[in-house]
Structure formats: C-alpha cells, structure tokens
Design a binder for this molecule. Structure first.
Ligand SMILES: O=C(O)CCC(=O)C(=O)O
Ligand SMILES: [Fe+2]
Length: 234
C-alpha cells in the first residue's frame, strides 16, 4: 500500500445516475422498513438506517457495478493488491442518515474506505482527521491501541490538531480515505432530507478482522450493544 491518505473526486457519478440510485433506494424503503440503528455515544452518537452488503448484493446490482469500478480507482491510488472485503455484509453499505441523525467517531476496521455521496444535503459533513491515528500495525487489536485512540480523541487535543477536514456531502462526490488511519464521524444532518451515501470497503486479501463478530451486529442490527466498544476486542 502506498502513502495516500485522502482523495476527493468531485463529479465521479453524474447527477442522473445518482438520482436513479436514490429512486431505487426510496422504492426499496417503501417495501422494506429499514431498522433505525441508534447507539448513544458520548460526543457524537450513531443514528442511521443502513442497507447492509448482503442486501446490496442481492437487490442492487448497479451498486455492485459501482463497487467494482471504484475498486480500480482504489487500486490505482492506494495500492494494486487492495480488494473488496470478503465479509459481504460489511463490504458495501447504503447509509441513510435522517435529519438529526449522525455517525459516531471511529476508525474503520479496513484499510481503505470509499464514500460516494448520492445527494447534497445541509449538515451531515464527514468530519475527519486524516492521518491522525498512531497505528500499532500488527498490534492494532490490543488494549494499547484502544488506549492510544481514546487519548487522541480527548477534545482539547482534537481542538489543537491542524489535521481537521470537513467534507460537505455533494451529489456525485467520491471520497477515498485510509479509513483505519483517519479518525472520522458524520455531523448531524440538517434540513428535511435524508443523507444517502454508498460506503465501500477495501483491504488486502489476507486481512482478518478480530472485531467483526461484535461490530457487525452493532452496525447492522438492533441487537443490544455489548458493554464494551465493539470497534475493539473486549
Ligand atoms: O457517511 C459517512 O460520511 C461516513 C460513514 C462511515 O464512516 C462508515 O460507514 O464507516
Ligand atoms: Fe467509517
């Protein structure tokens, strides 16, 4: 993998193509009530609806085509060995964040994440600190990593950091980032419209994720949250 951290590609998808996907998502919602995932977290909570990757693969073939196309861009920018996550549920998601909804601060489990914004809304910025993490490599699943991450999320440290970046959702914009290196979250969505985007994940084929057993139900179901942060091993 090379040293690229963050890349923005405005107008990656045309307005017409975005509108077509938005219509298909809304149609899907008419016949399938998506669960509201609401996890109260200090600072910024998780509050969104999600279509997980199993459903995307079964019901949204055009999104799987986009995932394949974005894979080529990811390979070109971040490293040729990167591939879609083998965990199908986590590989590609549609996030539907209603007005007042938001997404907690976190690092992604995987190396590279692509976010395609399907509509322009007010609020709902992806707030991020690119390259902020002190990443322990093969010790990423240890308590020391969890301790370092929580230390760096101390608000006074974030306030003095010069790395803060705010990406405003704009229809067709593609954001590519090292999701495991960029601390990120989604600001509260304003206005009356849902913020809808496609989240696509990539890593090396041999990558294994010790957290997925607890993280997947936390992100994709209404099952009770564990007593510990599911982004880390217990
Ligand atoms: O919707 C966004 O801007 C970010 C979503 C995200 O961080 C995630 O799904 O892991
Ligand atoms: Fe993320």
């Amino acid at each position: 993998m090379n040293s690229e951290i963050l890349r923005l590609i405005p107008g990656y998808l045309s307005r017409a193509a975005c509108e077509e996907i938005l219509a298909s998502v809304r149609e899907f919602q008419q016949s399938h009530a998506l669960p509201l995932i609401h996890r109260e977290v200090a600072g910024r909570s998780l509050r969104y609806y999600v279509i997980d990757g199993d459903v995307v693969h079964d019901s949204f073939p055009s999104l799987v085509d986009i995932y394949r196309d974005v894979e080529q861009i990811v390979k070109g920018n971040f490293g040729p060995r990167l591939a879609p996550l083998r965990n199908r549920a986590a590989s590609v998601n549609v996030n539907v964040t209603p007005p007042g909804g938001e997404y907690r601060w976190h690092y992604d489990r995987n190396a590279v994440t692509a976010i395609l914004y399907l509509n322009t809304v007010s609020g709902g910025e992806t707030e991020m600190y690119p390259g902020y993490r002190i990443h322990l490599g093969r010790w990423k699943d240890t308590r020391l990593q969890r301790w370092l991450d929580s230390l760096l999320q101390w608000p006074p440290l974030l306030r003095i950091s010069r790395k803060r970046a705010l990406v405003t959702p704009a229809q067709g914009l593609l954001l590519l980032m090292r999701g495991d290196r960029c601390l990120h979250s989604v600001c509260p969505v304003q206005g009356v419209e849902d913020r809808i985007n496609l989240v696509m994940t990539f890593d090396l084929p041999q990558a294994r994720f010790a957290t997925e057993q607890n993280l997947d139900p936390y992100l994709y179901s209404k099952k009770p949250a564990p007593s510990f942060d599911p982004n880390y091993r217990q």
